[in-house]
Design a protein around this ligand. Sequence first.
Ligand SMILES: CC(C)(COP(=O)(O)OP(=O)(O)OC[C@H]1O[C@@H](n2cnc3c(N)ncnc32)[C@H](O)[C@@H]1OP(=O)(O)O)[C@@H](O)C(=O)NCCC(=O)NCCS
Length: 374
Amino acid sequence: MRFPDDVPTLTDGEVVLRAHGSADVPRIVQQCRDPESVAWTTVPTPYGEDDAAEWLGTVVPQGWARDTTYCFAVEHAGRFAGSVDLRMRGGGEAEVGFGLHPEARGQAVMRRALDLLLDWGFDQCGVAVVMWRAFVGNWASRRTAWSLGFTFGPTVPDLLPHRGERRDGWTGWIGAGDPRRPREPWLVPPVLDAGQVVLRPWHEDDAAGLVEAAGDPVLRRWIPDSPLPRSLDEVPAYLQRVRLGAATNQRVAWCVADRVTDAVLGNVAVFDFEDEADDLTAQVGYWSHPAGRGRGAMTEALRAACDWAMRPADAGGLGARRLYLLTSGRNDASRRLAERAGFVHVGTERQSAPVAGGGFEDNALYDRLRGDVR
Ligand SMILES: CC(C)(COP(=O)(O)OP(=O)(O)OC[C@H]1O[C@@H](n2cnc3c(N)ncnc32)[C@H](O)[C@@H]1OP(=O)(O)O)[C@@H](O)C(=O)NCCC(=O)NCCS
């Protein structure tokens, strides 16, 4: 296709996709110098007007002429707002690339732009599947792909080049007939008020508390295979996994924090979801930091998390009908905590709890049903 003559103009009434023009250069330069663009894309850095002119004069027209990459300018509120492209991989496969000018962010402009691009790719270019790839940690990009109905694939180690290194990549795809809405909920742990503690999402400032918990001999005795970070440099990857568990509807985890000091007292998590909506069954897990023991803090936290999990989905909860938990039969403190939070001992899972140093011991199985009287 010839650039710019064959470049269609696409619009939904709010956002316009059109051919780039030389008037876009100043805002392209601003966009490519923005720290988010530098962090999450492979734009040259430093970036100047010459780079933009070279890109507009050569790279973009060649992509159209060779039918390899169809790159559009995004216009919003009458101004250049960014770029989107469809990279043709052959055999009906394409990949999206995108970036917004900082002033256009936070208004779902990219969602609209990609919606238009996908319609055009599927309807006019014979595309059957569109891939999305992003550096691990690019949450704004992931959330944009999620909102459009992309299905997420594995995280691939070293998938993407970035300034002389290789970085792990998130992957996803959308097919021509797929609905343009999220495939699954993106869970967000709600802040829960529970007496002397507050349950809230984990964040970077909790790093020291996490590493202290990981090194605690009592925790290691009962959860020898805990994935907690052993050192401060393991914390970012740990938090990334926690957030990804929520974003993929697999797991909600809270930091149990002291109401007054916000210090880390423990963790409660709900995971292993089975069945749907208000018939959900889920497992509950917890651990406490040494500072959180012996003061009833974890009882309050576990009750609050379970009450939320059992609240109907349309009342803002998870809609669980049944919660269960497993704890070593010898772990008296944990068993008492479970009972105080309304769980009933219903059985034994023989030889299912790994023991530090090798071997297995019996797990006690507890559950709590909606409607149980505490
Ligand atoms: C990726 C990009 C185009 C998205 O555009 P945007 O305008 O920021 O997107 P939106 O604000 O419409 O949506 C981003 C969503 O991510 C969410 N988000 C942002 N940072 C987040 C984080 N750290 N954790 C969780 N969600 C996050 C926002 O809250 C928003 O969600 P909402 O729509 O439910 O409010 C834009 O951020 C950008 O240009 N980034 C730099 C270039 C880039 O990363 N390109 C993609 C390469 S794969």
